[in-house]
Ligand binder design. Structure first.
Ligand code: NAD
Length: 295
């Protein structure tokens, strides 16, 4: 099976490297030539242009910032054929990016006209689990198509959940990140109050992790990236803000009222304006009001 892999960023690079280690023939592409060179020097793989990659692979994986970029990569006219036109009938596209679910269904319809299947298979677990090949995949699409992709997913993920029809994976990813981001910000707020009261940060985390306030952020983010002051999780504030906006858009489209999410997305949008989209998402801690954490 020849696999095309587009997007060699924080997540994509370790994922594509696992596929090469797993014996797949991997063609790689990234709009950033330096990222492609770095990847090629470290892991091998053949560099392919956007115009040629579609016609050369059986499975095309996209790990790009958002669904609009995915759509443009596949469908926008440019130099040479679009990847959607170049893909062979019977090939499969996997969008592993965190894209917006209704946009995914639109792209799926265009690809289906070309007899190309689309599966949405976003991931959770962050850079750490991309590196260890233990991501959680949430997949949307035809069961038989997802089954054919198991050898690929087996190199990248510890769990693969078939959520439902096309777009369901992307819907769940946005909703997962809403719950995850709420847990992170709540933990940062509790931490700040406790520290101001005079309780040591390490004790706060110890108690939360032994108690019912425990969540993924208290276990894997607050001590590692917030208390340490490194804010280096590898997942940007801009990407998290995008996921939260996707969750809220989905709620609007489903006509479900989410008063907490309305307020919450505003906090993250404000953080992106103040800290920049490239800031780490754990820097949301900086939005918790003064007094600042003791140095
Ligand atoms: P990133 O910004 O580090 O990487 C994105 C890569 O895509 C970059 O190398 C960029 O040059 C490339 N790219 C952008 N436009 C392109 C185009 N038109 N053609 C080819 N390449 C292009 O982002 P990331 O952190 O790796 O995240 C990728 C996706 O995974 C996002 O949708 C994100 O929301 C999701 N995600 C990220 C994490 C994380 O912890 N970083 C975790 C789960 C999901």
């Amino acid at each position: 099976m020849v696999v095309g892999f587009v997007g060699l960023g924080n997540m994509g690079a370790p994922m594509a490297a696992h596929l090469i280690e797993g014996g797949f023939t991997v063609l790689v592409n990234d709009v950033d030539a330096a990222a492609m060179e770095r990847f090629h020097a470290a892991h091998g793989g053949r560099v392919a242009t956007r115009a040629e990659i579609g016609g050369l692979c059986d499975v095309l994986i996209l790990m790009l910032p958002d669904g609009k970029i995915v759509r443009d990569f596949l469908l926008a006219e440019g130099a040479g054929p679009t990847p959607a036109d170049a893909l062979k009938p019977g090939s499969i596209v996997i969008d592993m990016s965190s894209s917006a679910p209704l946009g995914t269904r639109d792209v799926g319809a265009v690809l289906a006209e070309r007899h190309v299947a689309l599966v949405d298979a976003p991931v959770s677990g962050g850079v750490a689990r991309a590196r260890t090949g233990t991501l959680a995949v949430m997949a949307g699409g035809e069961a038989a198509t997802i089954e054919r992709l198991q050898p690929i997913f087996a190199r990248l993920a510890k769990t693969v959940t078939h959520v439902g029809p096309l777009g369901s994976g992307h819907a769940m990813k946005a909703l997962n990140n809403y719950v995850s981001a709420a847990g992170l910000l709540a933990a940062c707020e509790a931490l700040r109050v406790a520290e101001t009261f005079g309780i040591e940060g390490e004790r706060v985390i110890e108690v939360l992790n032994a108690s019912t306030g425990r969540n993924n952020s208290t276990e894997h983010k607050i001590g590692q990236f917030v208390l340490s002051g490194t804010y280096a999780s590898g997942f940007t504030l801009g990407l998290m803000r995008k996921d939260l906006a996707t969750a809220l858009d989905l709620a609007h489209q489903m006509k479900v009222d989410l008063p907490l999410a309305e307020h919450f997305v505003g906090i993250w949008a404000d953080a992106e304006r103040k800290l920049g989209r490239a800031a780490d998402h754990t820097e949301i801690d900086r939005m918790v009001s003064a007094p600042p954490r003791p140095a």
